[in-house]
Design a protein around this ligand. Structure first.
Ligand code: NAD
Length: 329
């Protein structure tokens, strides 16, 4: 039987989810909703389904098996709670919500209503990351000494939706939005969680109309004491997405869009990166596995990522290093 899906939000990332639905024959798109009625109707027409301006009306009328929530961050909680109460499984865009307390509410509601939740942590479906993870897990590289992650992207371009630049709606800036990916990638590839955070963030309030951070460096330590730096800049940069895993016996360098490189005799050698389907297709297939009970929900993990981001902001505000107590998660 095919899985019926409604998409909530018809913005930038929704287009990738809609394409994935088309590619998986066991799924069927019923409708899309967006408060911007032009967007809702255009995207609906392009996908030959009904468009709504109210996602609540769409869910009640269409009764989908699954909703894909692609809304601004401050709306993730309310849309997830409404969907769960209506009995829909949920694929929720990252970050899971604005705070770990909101994540907790979502997890409780999902459990109470017997539906499945997966948060869209797309890093797990990128060919470079999968190739690097397999290499690290199948080669004896000695102890992991450190990890350096750099993410540079022009963050304040005019085409970025405005809500990303308001803390109330986005929860934060480049770290909330893209730092989530770096933290996820490093935790996943090193099979660890962070236990210490010290952040130094820069807010471009003097030059731009925004109250979110636009760059910064964060120092973290994993539960086994491995030091990690994540440096992000959203200003005049050459776009870069690079993570170096530095082991005693060599370096594994992952550069999204460029490849995976290992050190041999003092030089970098490229690994063959696997050819994989579109990450959004792989992600939706994992959501289907989660619904069928063949895979655990990643909700607690997604909450941990939000908690780490929270600690980053707290560390910057208090100008001191903070421990992460993950026991309560
Ligand atoms: N996984 C990834 O790699 C990735 C990449 C980009 C964005 N994202 C995430 O996807 C989400 C959406 O980001 P985006 O870039 O598509 O933003 P966007 O602004 O392009 O899309 C959000 C859409 O939601 C609509 N909207 C706002 N309020 C609404 C409401 N109450 N009901 C219905 N529609 C409403 C807006 O009109 C807009 O079209 C965010 O959580 C973002 O972090 C994830």
């Amino acid at each position: 039987m095919s899985l019926s899906i409604c998409v909530i939000g018809a913005g930038i990332i929704a287009q990738h989810h809609l394409k994935a639905i088309k590619e998986i024959t066991s799924t069927q798109l019923l409708a899309v909703a967006d408060t911007d009625s032009d967007k809702a109707m255009n995207v609906a027409a392009k996908n030959e389904v009904k468009g709504y301006t109210s996602y609540k009306e769409m869910i009640v009328k269409e009764t989908p098996d699954l909703v894909i929530i692609t809304l601004p961050h401050f709306l993730h909680k309310e849309a997830a709670l409404f969907s769960a109460k209506e009995g829909c499984h949920i694929l929720l865009e990252k970050p899971m919500a604005l705070t770990s307390a909101e994540c907790h509410e979502i997890l409780r509601c999902v459990k109470d209503n017997g539906v499945k939740l997966m948060v869209a942590h797309t890093q797990h479906y990128l060919a470079e990351n999968i190739t690097a993870k397999e290499y690290i897990e199948t080669h004896d590289l000695g102890p992991l000494l450190m990890v350096n992650d750099s993410r540079f992207v022009p963050y304040f371009n005019p085409d970025r939706p405005k809500w990303f630049l308001e803390k109330r709606k986005a929860g934060g800036g480049i770290f909330m939005n893209l730092g989530t990916h770096s933290i996820d990638k490093i935790q996943w590839l090193t099979n660890s969680a962070f236990t210490f955070v010290k952040a130094n963030l820069y807010y471009p309030t003097a030059i731009l109309q925004t109250d979110v951070e636009g760059s910064g460096t964060v120092y973290l330590e994993t539960s086994t004491g491995v030091p990690v730096t994540i440096s992000m800049s959203g200003f005049s940069v050459v776009p870069t997405q690079r993570t170096e895993f530095i082991f005693e016996e060599g370096i594994v360098k992952v550069e999204i869009g460029k490849g995976v490189f290992i050190t041999k005799e003092g030089k970098y050698t490229a690994l063959k990166v696997q050819e994989l389907p579109d990450p959004f297709v792989l992600q939706l297939k994992d959501m289907i596995r989660t619904i069928h009970g063949d895979q655990d929900s990643n909700g607690n993990y997604a909450k941990l990522l939000v908690r780490t981001i929270e600690r980053i902001y707290e560390s910057n505000d208090q100008n001191k290093g903070l421990t992460m107590n993950n026991d309560h998660l």
